[in-house]
Design a protein around this ligand. Structure first.
Ligand SMILES: *Cc1c(COP(=O)(O)O)cnc(C)c1O
Length: 449
């Protein structure tokens, strides 16, 4: 569609317009050249950038008399640390603390006058902000969560990283942070992983990973409530324990009717910090009562949405006897479009439905629809509930064993130590792709330095 056909959104309202047109409009104001030339010269639209696929080079001429500089990974300034730190031992308290980061970080600054300055790869360390900085007051912050995997074949891999970079753009756009070409962010992430991967994920630790946290904050020192005029992008790599292995399965506490995580018209679909702070009271209560996570319900009908910061799946039989894998839909935009969720659905649609080649388990139907806690209870009472699991980068694929819902307990059948067979097979496939046992286009190999 030529840009001419897009009705330009009203200036002030442009950030609340999350259509492709709205995002393009916002892009044109914050990082114009890639997307402008993309739409003008090639007829490509933002939706083309928001697809999965290899990190294709920007095909578009750079910097043609644009007022603002775009984020450009080729301008990276590199300064390596002179005080490298030790790598914590596997299973050590440091490893579990989630405080230990690798030797380096990426930073890039943006201002409304100049756009993106040259990014830098620099020693990991504190950042300095004015006490008036926008992000400290107005939650102008968003982030991504990814992992760098040390494969069993010795290679370093990312998992569908282009999707994280695309989603980061959706999140920045929701909170008036500047746009950027997602492929440039990906190149910066890859460079950081290539620099620190060899030391921090040594080859003698196959099956291990680092957590990657791309973040953007509004660093604007003006206290007024307004679109920020300065921002900082940074990327850090953090040591992280594996969290998917509870032998009895996750215990979930369904949220009470006095608290919701997200609502239509809100921002539940964006990975913005504002979604997480307010969920910590409920999460703390759940932990104190011996549960692992909150299962967030929505509305009087108790629709099931997400489990903590993971998407949620059930496997059940319908009363007609069909086996289904069910998860909540994205259309209301109250749940996060998880990359693990997508991957589970895509794998299941090609490998677990009737007619799939080499079916490993009885065929299932894959269903994205609203479903309620009452349906889960009914399925459990009628012996139709088969499995449940949480899916996300942090928890990976974590079997759910138990859900407490308003005074009652739902037990999810699962074999001790394993989870159910659908959960196990999906987890095995994903692990194979992430750690290189299966060669798959979703595994993105990082060449080490
Ligand atoms: C990050 C996140 C997920 C999982 O997304 P992945 O891309 O699979 O890691 C699910 N729900 C919420 C609320 C999240 O923040």
């Amino acid at each position: 569609m030529p840009p001419i056909a897009i009705t330009p959104p009203n200036e002030e309202n442009s950030t609340s317009d999350l259509t492709v047109a709205g995002i393009e409009h916002s892009l044109s104001k914050t990082a114009p050249s890639v997307f402008k030339s993309a739409t003008n010269a090639n007829g490509t639209t933002l939706s083309d950038h928001l697809t999965d696929g290899p990190a294709n080079e920007n095909k578009f001429p750079k910097g043609i008399s644009t007022p603002l500089a775009e984020l450009d990974a080729s301008l990276l300034n590199i300064s390596l640390t002179s005080s490298p730190r030790p790598v914590p031992a596997l299973g050590s308290p440091e490893m579990a603390s989630q405080k230990v980061c690798t030797d380096h970080m990426i930073q890039a600054k943006w201002t409304v006058e100049h756009g993106w300055a040259a990014p830098s790869l620099q020693p990991f360390g504190p950042i300095s902000l004015m006490p008036t900085a926008s992000c400290l007051h107005y939650a102008t912050e968003c982030f991504e969560g990814m992992k760098l995997y040390r494969g069993h074949d010795g290679k370093l891999r990312l998992f569908r990283p282009q999707l994280n970079c695309n989603r980061m753009l959706v999140s920045t756009n929701r909170i008036a942070l500047p746009a950027f070409p997602p492929t440039e962010l990906l190149k910066l992430i890859v460079k950081l992983c290539a620099t620190d991967g060899a030391k921090w994920l040594p080859k003698d630790r196959p099956g291990s990973f680092l957590y990657i946290r791309p973040t953007m904050i509004a660093s604007d020192p003006a206290l007024g409530v307004q679109r920020p005029k300065e921002a900082l992008l940074f990327v850090i790599l953090t040591c992280f324990p594996a969290m998917d292995g509870s032998p009895t399965g996750l215990k979930l506490l369904a949220s009470k009717d006095d608290m919701v995580r997200a609502w239509p018209g809100g921002f539940g679909y964006a990975k913005v910090g504002a979604n997480y702070g307010p969920s910590l009271v409920a999460q703390g209560e759940a932990r104190a009562l011996g549960y692992d996570q909150i299962l967030w319900l929505f509305g009087e009908t108790c629709n099931v949405t997400e489990a903590g910061a993971s998407n949620f799946f059930v496997v059940w039989k319908t009363r007609d006897g069909n086996t289904q894998i069910v998860t909540a839909p994205l259309d209301e935009r109250i749940i996060l479009d998880g990359i693990t969720r997508r991957s589970v659905l895509e794998l299941a649609r090609t490998r677990l439905v009737a007619g799939s080649a080499n079916l490993e388990l009885p065929a299932v139907e894959i269903v994205e629809r609203k479903f309620t806690m009452h349906e889960i209870e009914e399925a459990a009472n009628e012996g139709r509930l088969i499995e449940a699991f949480a899916a996300g980068t942090a928890f990976f694929i974590a079997p759910v064993g138990h859900i407490h819902f308003r005074g009652g307990d739902v037990k999810v059948p699962m074999k001790e130590g394993e989870g159910g067979q659908y959960t196990s097979v999906i987890k095995r496939w994903l692990k194979g792709i992430m750690w290189g046992q299966e060669q798959h286009e979703w595994g993105f190999v990082v060449d080490e330095e």
